[in-house]
Write a protein of this length. Structure first.
Length: 289
């Protein structure tokens, strides 16, 4: 019996004799379950970002549309002189004061009104040439005033330090591309010459046309020194995420749309430059700019 026991013990792997194999199996098991748990948490986070946020943002659109109509009915419209080369400027501070102008000789008048408080609906953007996110319908989205994280939970917002759409200068609208309804998911499909409509229930619809990077540089030669990469197919321009120059004021009347690039990443920004071609103020602005 002693000889047989010694023989059996000698035949066993050293890992089993020393108790190492059970420890290794336990480590592998714990690591495996940990990896599965982390994977499920990551999957849940992605699902929340892509679908849950979009569900609530899309659901909120009906409420924003109703609020927009109600606000429009009580918003006071003012007629302001337009100063060629200087235009209409907004008052400083919180951006909620009615627009004012630089004292100077004017040659026309445009319609304007005080912007709504941050977070409240401002207007609706329509781009018939592209579809909404996971939709066969063309893009149509009500956006709010403000571009803070809380404001952009509704999908898109107007940058308060820029003019309202339809006014002289450079109106900037930023929107999500993959979360919170992803209104600008297909913004890269906008082509040069495509029309972009800003439906403003207060004073009317402003019509813009997408311009190429070359068109933009021709209008503003200083832009040639900026770091920007035009898309091979489309009117979009890709810039660094910190390129705040795209929000700078321009002569005439422009609309700048910004979103993340590429899709599912925020490494860069995709920009669409569009120029006013129609609407309540277009005739005055275009004739005097």
């Amino acid at each position: 019996m002693t000889d047989e026991s010694a023989t059996e013990s000698t035949a066993l792997p050293s890992a089993v004799r020393g108790g190492v194999l059970p420890v290794v199996l336990k480590v592998v098991r714990v690591t495996g379950w940990t990896s599965i748990t982390v994977g499920l948490l990551m999957l849940g986070f992605v699902a929340h970002q892509l679908w849950v946020t979009s569900f609530f943002a899309s659901r909120a659109q009906a409420g924003l549309e109703t609020e927009l109509i109600e606000r429009a009915a009580t918003t006071e419209i003012v007629e302001l002189p337009f100063v060629p080369g200087e235009g209409v400027i907004t008052d400083g501070g919180d951006g909620l004061e009615p627009p004012t102008i630089i004292p100077s000789e004017s040659s026309g008048a445009i319609l304007a009104y005080a912007p709504p408080p941050a977070g409240e609906p401002l207007a609706t953007i329509r781009i018939p040439s592209i579809n909404g996110y996971q939709s066969d319908d063309s893009l149509e989205w009500t956006f709010v005033e403000g571009v803070r994280l809380t404001h952009l939970k509704s999908g898109a917002g107007h940058m308060p330090d820029t003019p309202l759409p339809g006014l002289p200068g450079n109106a900037v609208i930023s929107g999500h591309r993959t979360t919170y309804g992803a209104p600008f998911h297909n913004l890269d499909e906008v082509q040069v010459g495509d029309q972009i409509f800003i439906d403003d229930p207060v004073i009317g619809t402003h019509v813009y046309e997408a311009r190429s990077w070359n068109d933009y540089v021709a209008a503003y030669p200083d832009a040639a020194s900026r770091s920007a990469q035009p898309l091979v197919d489309g009117a979009g321009v890709v810039v660094h995420r910190s390129a705040l120059w795209v929000t700078e004021s321009n002569e005439g009347a422009w609309l700048t749309l910004t979103t993340c690039h590429p899709k599912f990443s925020s490494a860069e920004r995709l920009i669409i430059f569009a120029e006013l071609v129609g609407g309540p103020n277009a005739a005055v602005i275009l004739s005097l700019s």
